[in-house]
Design a protein around this ligand. Sequence first.
Ligand code: UDP
Length: 326
Amino acid sequence: MSKVIQKYLVAGGAGFIGSHLVTRLLENPNTKRVTVVDNFSTGSPENLSSVASDPRLEVIAHDITDNFEVHDDFDVVLHLAAIANPSDYEVSPIPTLLVNSRGNENLIDIARRSSAQYFFFSSSEVYGSYDFIPRQGLSEDALSQLVLNQLRTPYPIGKCYGEELTKYLCRSYENPYVVIRPFNVYGPRMDTKTTYGRVIPNFIAWALQKQPLQVQGNGEQIRTFCHIDDFINGLEITLRHPAPPSVINIGSPVPTSIFSLAQLINRILANDAGIVFTERYPHETLSRIPDIGRISSLGWKPAINLEEGIKSTIQWFRTISKSYEQ
Ligand code: UDP
């Protein structure tokens, strides 16, 4: 029996994943209210433009790390607020950490007051750095290989702390909770800054400008890429499940090397400028592949293959800016 949910609070609802989720929730006639709290640091109101006139949507401009009151009650509270670009968390380590500590605590408190189910969005980065390719995908119980004292450590440490805080606070309040660990989700509305954006927007932006794609290291590192629509499907299944597991990986199981990703994007966009190799980031994981046994057992299967997903992401790039084209 799938659960009927009427009232949601979505922190970070104007961001990449958050805005896709909000849009999906508002497609459901059972939804009575979606309250978004966002400080618009990386998200933007345009991400919600397709649903802005829906009377069930309320948008509150606020930083969740500052105290705040909401007078409504909720069935589900989701914490998707994050600083998710490596360049941002290198220059803003404190907000990167606080959104998972103080911000998380504020939201758990709101969930407690409504006895709402709480969703904390963690990251596959909590598994840490592997310098070999594990024979099996990372299961939710895998031991973490986190390396400390790196410039980018505030992000995974913030997520680990956020997971623990969620688990222990929610247990002490007897509040239901779920921790989601996304693996390299991509698609329309991703942050397109190329100062150090994520790999897919970087590669698409360079290829559209007929520039060489900058592959860090030799390109043999492995990731799996999950299209946002597949990801949101997995999330919806989890939301509607009467008793979901407390920690869930959501990602594609299909391994892709960064070199082959670069070749694919250059081929789709007929970019003859090729590939250049740049320095590899220290302690960056060689491989990150999820075990998706848990989410699959709830009935989820990713359906969008990488080429198809990249093509739809390129279309979106073209609609947001002609400046990418020469
Ligand atoms: N990467 C790259 N060129 C870029 C951006 C990223 O070669 O312009 C590589 C990066 O070193 C990593 C992979 O692509 O191995 C995925 O990077 P991303 O930041 O998208 O995600 P994550 O490192 O969190 O998996």
